[in-house]
Design a protein around this ligand. Structure first.
Ligand SMILES: Nc1ncnc2c1ncn2[C@@H]1O[C@H](COP(=O)(O)OP(=O)(O)O)[C@@H](O)[C@H]1O
Ligand SMILES: CC(=O)OP(=O)(O)O
Ligand SMILES: [Mg+2]
Length: 413
């Protein structure tokens, strides 16, 4: 019997789910689910669900980093008397960690000293993402001495992106030496999405092709051809492609040198071990919805009449429709479905309406009534009957995907 803790350290939240996995070939069973949101817009808020037990958006003090959030959640799990499966931290057998940048690792990896150092090296490529996940890995190695720590990478799913799509047209020797190429991100989520959509359509994953949108604090689009990643809008780092809560997404790379003369200088959040340039800080942390509207909450932006919010909304619609058009062509029109996922994709009925209206010419059309209902199924069809292509919403679950892969690996041993 394995007790699996799945930790998803995102750009504004830490989500932790705990599962029990028996040796039978059944999916892991979720025991409890905890989240701390709003790490970029304090005060942080705690949400917890176990059976019918619920805590919703309780403000928490002294939680300002992803590491604090994880410690707070671990403490809550062990102290919850209703969670009889884990009376102590020693009962946790596996800790699965979402590590955004995995470089060339094509699969998940057990974290030992050697892997840990390799992941630390990769932090230079994604300083704003990997460092918080690694801080949690380090904390778990100490706080959960009996658990096996395993890293699951956002990049692994995209190992299939073809050379002409992943290569940047720059000096090849420098690109090779410095590992400068498109990696693609949100891959744990896309692995969950393609599996769930194929199951919903009753098709083999290897015969399912979709355009998927993971729209959360960080947002990306993905073209999946016959079950495999063909392209993703993120690049060397999660900065490329769509704008996000605090990220600019694609801009002309020269822009930053006109924005500030200090672009190349270390930012104030740089430390001895963590090197972040002013340019990275501006484009990753001081742009996106936050810069345009003052809030990172896309729910608020969607329902506001403020012209700045309307502009931010229209920018996202424009950038997303651009990627859909491009991926539709790359997939030669062989598209089983357009799939919305992530907090904004799952809850943003108005955003879905405006996007699908813009791509009507490709054969997508919504059923407004279903689109406006609260969606609770894992996959829900929101498309109009008779439209050429389906439109779906998928409640993606990165924690479950890691636990599922962990359980599969356990059974194959
Ligand atoms: N009703 C809504 N309409 C549009 N966006 C929403 C709505 N409710 C929440 N959101 C947005 O979902 C985003 C968070 O998505 P999530 O996938 O949980 O993010 P993270 O990247 O932190 O995992 C936030 O920008 C939040 O404002
Ligand atoms: C890769 C990435 O952008 O992740 P998140 O959306 O969780 O910040
Ligand atoms: Mg996320």
């Amino acid at each position: 019997m394995a007790i699996i803790l799945s930790i998803n350290s995102g750009s504004s939240s830490v989500k932790v789910s705990i599962y029990q996995s028996s040796t039978q070939s059944q999916p892991p069973k979720q025991l409890a689910d905890a989240q701390i949101n709003g790490l970029t817009a304090p005060p942080a808020k705690f949400t917890y669900e176990r059976g019918t037990e619920r805590v919703k958006n309780q403000e928490v003090k002294d939680v300002s980093s992803n590491e604090d959030a994880c410690e707070y959640i671990l403490d809550h799990l062990v102290k919850d008397e209703g969670l009889s499966e884990i009376p102590s931290r020693d009962d946790i057998t596996h800790a699965c960690h979402r590590v955004v940048h995995g470089g060339d690792y094509p699969d998940a990896h057990v974290i030992d000293q050697e892997t840990y150092h390799h992941l630390e090296d990769l932090t230079d490529l994604a300083p704003l993402h990997n460092s918080s996940a690694l801080a949690i890995v380090k904390a778990c190695m100490k706080a959960l001495p009996k658990a096996k720590n395993i890293a699951y990478f956002d990049t692994s799913f995209h190992a299939t992106i073809p050379e002409a799509i992943r290569t940047y047209p720059i000096e090849p020797s420098i690109a090779k030496k410095n590992k400068l190429r498109k990696y693609g991100f949100h891959g744990i989520s896309y692995a969950f999405i393609i599996k769930s959509v194929a199951e919903y359509l009753k098709k083999a994953e290897s015969k399912t092709s979709i355009i998927a949108l993971h729209l959360g604090s960080g947002a990306s689009a993905c073209a999946i051809k016959n079950g495999k990643s063909l392209d993703n809008s993120m690049g060397l780092t999660p900065l490329a492609g769509l704008p996000g809560a605090t990220r600019s997404g694609d801009v002309d790379p020269s822009l930053i040198f006109h924005f500030t003369h200090d672009a190349g200088k270390p930012s104030r959040s740089s430390t001895k071990d963590l090197h972040i340039s002013t340019a990275e800080e501006i484009l990753n942390k001081k742009s996106g919805w936050k810069a345009l509207t003052g809030t990172t909450d896309f729910g608020k932006i969607s329902s506001s009449q403020d012209p700045a919010c309307k502009l931010a909304f229209d920018i996202l619609v424009d950038r997303i429709t651009g990627f859909i058009g491009s991926y539709y062509v790359k997939l030669e029109g062989q598209v089983d479905a357009l799939v919305f996922a992530g907090g904004i994709g799952e809850k943003g009925a108005l955003l879905r309406t405006e996007i699908v209206e813009k791509i009507r010419c490709l054969g997508f059309e919504l059923d407004q009534q279903t689109n406006n209902n609260i969606i609770e199924d894992v996959v829900r069809n929101i498309g109009q009957d008779g439209a050429r292509h389906r439109t779906l919403v998928c409640q993606t679950d990165e924690q479950f995907e890691m636990a599922r892969q962990c359980a599969v690996d356990l059974q194959s041993k």
